[in-house]
Write a protein that binds this ligand. Structure first.
Ligand SMILES: NC(=O)c1ccc[n+]([C@@H]2O[C@H](COP(=O)([O-])OP(=O)(O)OC[C@H]3O[C@@H](n4cnc5c(N)ncnc54)[C@H](O)[C@@H]3O)[C@@H](O)[C@H]2O)c1
Length: 280
């Protein structure tokens, strides 16, 4: 099986690159001598991130981009090709979360925003960049999902639904890329809790007033985030290894297997058909 070696001079695109895991990925690529396009919807933070990496000397470019908008993602692709001439690595990483609570209490605007960024953002990245990678016969796509994409965490249903979709999308993408012998690989990044600014995701919400009005006392995410012990740069280091190993799944925390098994056992417990009368 092919494996992509990460080499100096390659071109990486990272969305949600102004903060957290995205910034750590951009930083790690830059340290390996790659030219990096940082894309983000939060402009002052994007400018600061670009300035932090530019000081090191590796060429970087910042591209303001809302991943929920397919036109802005196409503009991102065009800008990267114009600036650097090609693309080797694409990290569809931007993501948001809303306060915890029963899903039936979350306004439709919450569902729309989380699905727009977490799912459409990845879809837009895939349909825009994968044809470029397939045409050149090499490259790798990393889609950021979460442990929430392989488990079920109550009161986080909107986020869970989008992250399960990103896992399924990436599994399918990897199988299709292999079936067509494209030379392009795909990884789904599934971190547990990581110390980032995701608990303040509402800072980038287009309708911030509506979000504030919809907040509930059950907003436990910031507290959970404070309990996160894994740092974003450790996630980035694992991601670079996963790309070079052409690994489909990357679980960054040691307890992943138990949590996945618990869900699988729960599914398997209900697999006996009720009233099936056909051939066994
Ligand atoms: N932090 C965790 O515990 C954790 C765990 C599992 C998965 N994740 C996932 O990791 C990814 C990165 O999140 P993070 O934890 O680094 O959070 P973060 O808030 O620190 O960084 C997310 C970045 O995405 C950007 N962004 C938000 N909406 C955007 C949009 N519409 N278009 C472009 N950029 C946008 C933000 O401005 C921010 O810079 C997300 O997909 C998140 O769901 C995080």
């Amino acid at each position: 099986m092919f494996r992509m070696k990460i080499r100096e001079g390659q071109i990486a695109v990272v969305t949600g690159a102004a903060s957290g895991i995205g910034f750590a990925l951009a930083d790690a690529f830059s340290q390996r001598g790659l030219r990096v396009a940082l894309a983000d919807v939060e402009r002052p933070a994007l400018d600061a991130a670009v300035a932090a990496l530019a000081d090191r000397g590796a060429p970087v470019v910042g591209v303001p981009c809302d991943v929920a908008d397919p036109v802005q993602v196409e503009n991102l692709r065009d800008r990267v090709i114009q600036e650097f001439g090609r693309v080797d690595l694409v990290c569809n990483n931007a993501g948001v979360v809303v306060p915890f609570g029963p899903m039936w209490e979350r306004p439709v605007a919450d569902w729309r925003w989380v699905i727009d960024v977490n799912l459409w953002g990845v879809v837009n990245g895939v349909v825009t960049f994968v044809p470029v990678l397939v045409a050149q016969g090499s490259g790798h796509v990393v889609n950021t999902a979460s442990m929430a994409g392989v488990t079920t965490i109550p009161f986080n249903g909107l986020y869970n639904a989008t992250k399960h979709a990103v896992v399924s999308l990436t599994e399918t993408l990897a199988a299709e890329l292999l079936a067509r012998s494209t030379g392009v690989g795909a990884t789904v990044l599934c971190p547990g809790l990581v110390s980032t600014r995701i608990g303040e995701a509402a800072r980038n919400r287009p309708d911030r007033g509506a979000e504030a009005a919809a907040r509930r006392d059950s907003d436990v995410l910031p507290a959970q985030q404070q309990a996160a012990t894994l740092q974003a740069d450790a996630v980035a280091a694992q991601t670079l290894r996963a790309i070079e190993d052409n690994r489909l799944y990357l679980f960054t925390h040691p307890n992943a297997a138990d949590r996945i098994r618990q869900r699988a056992d729960r599914v398997l417990a209900d697999t006996t058909p009720l009233g099936y009368v056909g051939e066994p």
